[in-house]
Ligand binder design. Structure first.
Ligand code: PHE
Length: 460
């Protein structure tokens, strides 16, 4: 076990860690992606499959990332190097670090839109189409919002683990929960809300296919912020006597609870107002504003909704930046402050093409001249291409490699010993070997299969 450097920070308490890690996990993926994946793929049936993927594969893998981070007390590269320095494995940590920054670069663009909607609602009520054109396509809105979001993110990360990340998670997560409850209350009390609940929750097993399972697994995986080193990094700030199983379990439970609740917020309102549950940005940024426009107290609820979305994205963005910053702090002479501002600036430069890809610069809105229209779908924009490369491929690839590393190079049994530290041996004689098998075989095989199926599906 590596000793922490004397100045390395730790979370102040279990609650601090759980809220920060749940803040990372709860993001845009929970608030709009989960409900609509569920709605499209068989409602309650999808939810059941999602839960199975979560419990059988994603949560065991979450424990592996936490154990790896706490064992090394380092960023993803350093955590791997602490176990095996003379091999190419630390490069996998490098992939995580780079993927974190790349994902942040476009995640912050979407987060900026949400902030734009909050500001727009406060300044003047406009028709949803007009707001969409302004906040999402007009560079004079998009770039400052995107930059401002990154600026705030860097500011929090510069403040450090306790006084930055943990403090803000403790303030924002309860706010998020209260906002969500308020909007759910409004949504389910609308006349006609029941049809939305039916659509969302009635299991329809006829819609379940192999591809739905792949969707559910991918969603569970992205939603828990796995595969890019956030959980390795957040785990590295945990003390040795912390029970990783209990605290990781809380994180997964909160993440799932919020995703399920998001569906209760969205579908009743969409159905009560007679709208179609479309998927993607148009749902959140065009259909929902319409829904809010038509319902009693709607403009107030709409502002709350976009505030909720912005907060969820903010605590996730913080964790994405922290991966890169922890790397710079651990492995280079950079101070935390310099690293946070430098990395924030880099994410800004990297994200500008995505920010300008929604109509501002035509060459970026349709990259088929560069990448063709086979792999990424017809006329893919910069943002879609980034999301596919980093949010789908890189993430899954590094998770598969990380689980192989933990299972075979570090050794699942050694990882289990780390996992047991602080638990008072709550990992029993049966659960331990089952976990080892999951990390050595089940997880890497399934997740590589998902990657291959996804890629084949896109190419064929
Ligand atoms: N889990 C976040 C969400 O649900 C996304 C995310 C992925 C954040 C990976 C950080 C790291 O939106």
């Amino acid at each position: 076990m590596a000793l922490p450097s004397p100045e390395r920070e730790q979370w102040s308490s279990r609650l601090g860690f759980v809220l920060a890690a749940a803040g990372s996990a709860i993001g845009l993926g929970n608030i709009w992606r989960f409900p609509f994946k569920a709605g499209d793929n068989g409602g309650g049936a999808f939810v059941l499959i999602y839960l199975a993927c979560l419990v059988l594969l994603c949560v065991p893998y979450l424990f592996a990332e936490l154990a790896l981070g706490r064992n090394g007390k380092r960023n993803p590269v350093g955590a791997i190097r602490a176990i095996d320095a003379r091999s190419p494995w630390p490069l996998v940590g490098g992939l995580c670090v780079v993927a974190g920054l790349a994902i942040l670069s476009y995640y912050a663009v979407v987060a900026g839109w949400a902030v734009g909607y909050v500001l727009r609602d406060l300044v003047a009520a406009e028709a949803p189409d007009a707001v969409f054109a302004r906040v999402i396509a007009d560079p004079l809105w998009v770039v400052p919002l995107f930059g401002g979001f990154l600026f705030a993110t860097a500011g929090v990360v510069a403040g450090g683990v306790r006084r930055g990340i943990e403090r803000w998670a403790k303030i924002l997560m309860p706010v998020l929960f209260v906002l969500l409850c308020l909007i759910i209350f409004r949504s389910v009390t609308l006349p006609g809300a029941g049809a939305g609940l039916d659509f969302y929750l009635t299991p329809d097993f006829s819609k379940v296919s192999g591809l739905v399972v792949v969707e559910a697994l991918g969603q569970a995986f992205f939603s828990l912020s796995l595969g890019m080193g956030t959980m390795i990094t957040y785990g590295s700030y945990l003390p040795d006597d912390e029970n990783l199983i209990v605290s990781g379990g809380y994180v997964a439970a909160f993440d799932t609870l919020i995703a399920l609740m998001a569906g209760l917020m969205i579908f009743p309102a969409v159905f009560a107002m007679g709208q179609n549950p479309a998927e993607g940005p148009s749902l959140v940024f065009v259909v929902l504003p319409d829904v809010f426009g038509a319902m009693p107290l709607g403009s107030f609820v709409g502002t709350l909704f976009f505030l909720l979305l912005a907060i969820a994205a903010f605590t996730s963005g913080i964790s994405l930046l922290e991966v890169f910053v922890s790397y710079l702090v651990d492995e280079t002479p950079w101070s935390r402050r310099a690293a946070a501002w430098g990395a924030g600036g880099l994410a800004f430069a990297l994200g500008l093409p995505s920010a300008l890809s929604q109509g501002a610069v035509p060459a970026l809105s349709d990259l088929s001249w560069l990448v063709g229209d086979r792999f990424f779908g017809p006329s893919p924009g910069m943002l879609d291409v980034m999301d596919f490369l980093w949010g789908s491929v890189a993430l899954v690839l590094s998770a598969a490699l990380l689980s192989l590393f933990v299972g075979w190079v570090w050794g699942a049994e050694k990882a289990l010993t780390e996992l047991r530290s602080g638990t008072g041996h709550t990992v029993g004689r049966v659960a331990g070997p089952v976990w080892c098998a999951a990390i050595k075989y089940a997880f890497p095989i399934t997740i590589l299969a998902v990657l291959v199926i996804d890629l084949l599906y896109d190419v064929l």
